[in-house]
Design a protein around this ligand. Structure first.
Ligand SMILES: [Zn+2]
Length: 274
């Protein structure tokens, strides 16, 4: 398991959002400009940075940042506890993206969450498990998340799309308080803009076996980081606090990149939250 963002990525995102120069950040970290640049590029430093001083300057939690630098990972989660949930990871030019699928074990009614780069693994799973896809929920319209939309809609023309994009036809646009049934489960939406204007988190309740609810968050939050949001980082963090961290601690967080995590892991360890 590796995090989507190493500590240098976290520092770079926070530094650009705060509009801080490399020189100022290097000074706060008690590093030379070259040492600091290395840290941002690789996540490693040849000498111990002052994470507390750097965190204070960049609105990062110094101790949590140091833990990420020292190899923190969320506790591994056995996804087979959610018997009818799958993470589908596909590769683009030089990175991977996660899509998710959820179905009702009895009726086989199925919801897709994003498409990833390729429809093939989705089609294979649908055939293996005899699934009936009826809904496709889009977390945000960045290309890596919707690349396989065309082939999926051609194969399943009846599939109902859901998105928060202003460009979406009104019958596909998420409404506040809307609840979509997927067999015995229900899917509601929560606005989590910042990384993307149409960023939305889908909360899935009602899994059999009493396992925790699942939040499919797109790129709003990653294990130990957040999706790049530049000058909208404050908006992004506010939405995460309001609409993700307010969920029960055991809620499973399914991000668009990197490993799955939980609300309790991120409130305790995500350096963007001080
Ligand atoms: Zn994105």
């Amino acid at each position: 398991m590796t995090l989507e963002d190493h500590c240098g990525d976290v520092i770079g995102k926070a530094r650009r959002s705060a509009g801080v120069s490399i020189e100022s950040a290097a000074r706060a970290a008690n590093l030379s400009v070259r040492e600091f640049d290395d840290l941002e590029q690789t996540g490693r430093a040849s000498k111990q940075p002052d994470f507390k001083g750097l965190g204070n300057l960049l609105q990062l939690h110094g101790v949590k940042l140091q833990q990420v630098a020292e190899g923190w990972l969320p506790q591994p989660i056995d996804l087979s506890r959610w018997q009818s949930l799958r993470q589908i990871t596909t590769s683009g030019s030089n990175f991977t993206v996660n899509a998710y699928m959820v179905w009702d074990a009895v009726t086989r009614e199925t919801a897709l969450f994003d498409t990833g780069f390729s429809a093939e693994p989705i089609f294979s799973l649908i055939e293996e498990e005899h699934l009936q896809p009826s809904h496709l929920f889009i977390t945000h319209s960045h290309h890596d998340h919707i690349e396989a939309l065309g082939p999926i809609r051609r194969r399943f023309p009846e599939i109902r799309l859901h998105s928060s994009s202003n460009g979406a036809p009104s019958d596909q646009r998420n409404q506040t308080g809307q609840i979509i049934r997927v067999g015995g489960m229900s899917v509601s939406n929560r606005p989590t803009p910042g990384h993307a204007e149409d960023g939305v988190t889908y909360l899935i309740n009602g899994f059999p076996g009493g396992v925790p609810s699942v939040a499919v968050v797109g790129d709003a939050i990653f294990a130990g980081s957040i999706g790049g949001a530049r000058e909208l980082a404050d908006l992004a963090k506010r939405a995460i606090r309001e609409h993700i961290f307010s969920l029960p601690a055991e809620t499973l967080i399914c991000p668009g990149h990197g490993p799955v995590t939980t609300v309790s892991e991120e409130t305790a360890h995500n350096p963007f939250f001080v």
